[in-house]
Design a binder for this molecule. Structure first.
Ligand code: NAD
Ligand code: IPM
Ligand code: MN
Length: 352
């Protein structure tokens, strides 16, 4: 089991450290960890947010554990040198086109959600977000507008090929639940979304067991909050998936609880090569204070065990330990509690 740990910036190293301790506590045979620089810290040390040696390391392992990147000091740099390019570059270079973001309210923990408990307890959705296309990776630039003012532009596009392959991922994932897939787009306005919708419909033709529906993204944002029980898998593009997953995390209770797995087609001995990270960022507002909730990163380790190493029992064990810690009242500041990063990590390890 070769794993590259890329802690990154802000709270990234704080949460990654706890997740690594959890991984080590499982006493898995043949675990080998490597560590690499990404983000603002990599820019400061090597002049680039995704140094060649980090990318090479990521290519040579079975899985990557990623903390977070983002540093306000770097926000003025030219875009190609900003910390965020590290995660975008890894996703693109490693062809990790499928991002799974499960948002589930742990049974008995409905009160952590700002939603009414009877609504919160029905929130169990998997967001399948396309990760290497969309307006994120199109041409972009600035130019003079017709009135002479500066104008920014970003090209949004999706090819049928890109949509077809992510739809297959959503259909496959839906089969481990009740086969419901809701494809979310903005086909009433965007040509990109019309191609998306047409392609998803066509792809579903050869999957009669899939119960496919379509929804516009503005309505979807509203429905996730008001009636989450209608969703099983949400299939959506890069930009909408980014936004809806932060929204879904707030409905669960905190962004500090949402894990993610990013995968492509590359097989490992017991699963798929993947990059695992919390959905949150580097949280500069609380960085260095030992207050970050590491649960999202610990739950990302569970996804890694499941998807890259075929260790379902260990994955369930880690998820159960996090659930038990929460049930026992272990809470970070994000959930209204007073437990710090280290205390939360320790509490999870005790319950493993
Ligand atoms: P953020 O997710 O970093 O933080 C949003 C809010 O949530 C903040 O108030 C933060 O304190 C809180 N928060 C986030 N994670 C938490 C945790 N584990 N425990 C407790 N509280 C937590 O989003 P932002 O403030 O918009 O972005 C900060 C930086 O992170 C930016 O540079 C952004 O580009 C970057 N970012 C990186 C990633 C990534 O590395 N994958 C993801 C999102 C944002
Ligand atoms: C995420 C983040 C990234 C994204 C940023 C940091 C590039 O917000 O992983 O959700 O937009 O995908
Ligand atoms: Mn995001």
């Amino acid at each position: 089991m070769k794993i590259a740990v890329l802690p990154g910036d802000g709270i990234g190293p704080e949460v990654a450290r706890q997740a690594v301790q959890v991984l080590k506590a499982l006493d898995l045979p043949s675990l080998t960890l490597f560590e690499g620089d990404v983000g603002g810290v990599a820019y400061k040390r090597h002049g680039h947010p995704l140094p060649a040696e980090t990318l090479t390391m990521a290519r040579e392992v079975d899985a990557v554990l990623f903390g977070a990147v983002g540093d306000p000091d770097c926000d003025g740099l030219e875009r190609s040198l900003r910390p965020e390019q590290a995660i975008l570059g890894l996703r693109k270079e490693l062809e990790l086109f499928a991002n799974l973001r499960p948002a589930r309210v742990f049974p008995g923990l409905e009160h952590l959600s700002p939603l009414k408990p009877e609504i919160a307890n029905r929130l169990d959705v998997l967001i399948v977000r396309e990760l290497t296309g969309d307006v994120y990776f199109g041409d972009k630039g600035t130019r003079a507008a017709s009135d002479g003012s500066r104008e920014g532009w970003d090209m949004m596009s999706y090819s049928e090929t890109e949509v077809h392959r992510i739809a297959q991922v959503a259909f496959r994932a839906a089969r481990s639940g009740d086969c419901r897939v809701c494809s979310v787009d903005k086909a009433n306005v965007l040509e990109t979304s019309q191609v998306w919708r047409d392609t998803v419909k066509a792809a579903a033709g050869s999957h009669p067991d899939i119960d496919l529906s379509h929804m516009y993204v503005d309505n979807a944002a509203m429905q996730i909050i008001s009636d989450p029980s209608q969703f099983g898998v949400i299939l959506t593009g890069n930009l909408f998936g980014d936004i809806l997953s932060d929204l879904a995390s707030a409905a669960v209770g905190s962004i500090g609880l949402l894990a993610s797995a990013s995968m492509g087609d590359r097989q490992t001995a017991n699963g798929l090569f993947g990059l695992y990270e919390p959905i949150h960022g580097s949280a500069p507002d609380i960085a260095g204070q030992g207050r970050a909730n590491p649960m999202a990163t610990i739950l990302s380790v569970a996804m890694m065990l499941r998807h890259s190493f075929g260790l379902e029992a260990e994955a369930v064990k880690v998820e159960a330990a996090v659930g038990k810690a929460l049930t026992d009242g272990i809470r970070g500041g994000d959930l209204g509690g007073a437990h710090g990063t280290e205390a939360i990590g320790e509490a999870v390890r005790e319950r493993l």
